[in-house]
Design a protein around this ligand. Structure first.
Ligand code: ZN
Ligand code: ZN
Length: 111
């Protein structure tokens, strides 16, 4: 199924791009690339209804925020990178930390 970037509207194919989810709110977003998370959050994070998570999926990543290391609460957000058959998930305590993480270049940021 073809999806479109929640920020720029570009087509995002299965096996590419990023999927974000707020499990408690049953909301989701799609991004063609990580950089588009940043303006999307700044402009108010307009989620779409529905989730891409199935009941079998863990909805809290590693159980800690990838940005601050804090516990994940009901406002937690999952970001899953699709890379071919691989799914690389990070979890955040909220969209603010997702924003900070994306701004910094995500998982591959030079520290
Ligand atoms: Zn985009
Ligand atoms: Zn955090």
């Amino acid at each position: 199924m073809e999806e479109r970037c929640s920020w720029c509207g570009a087509a995002v194919e299965e096996g590419a791009g990023f999927r974000a989810a707020e499990p408690e709110g049953d909301r989701r977003a799609v991004f063609c690339r990580l950089e588009h998370v940043v303006p999307w959050v700044i402009r108010g994070a307009h989620w779409e209804a529905g989730s891409f998570l199935t009941d079998d999926d863990p909805d809290d990543g590693l159980g800690r925020c990838a940005r601050c290391g804090g516990a994940l609460g009901p406002r937690r957000v999952l970001l899953v990178r699709h890379r071919g058959e691989h799914r690389i998930a990070d979890a955040f305590c909220g969209v603010d930390d997702l924003l900070a993480w994306a701004k910094a270049g995500g998982r591959w940021a030079a520290t």
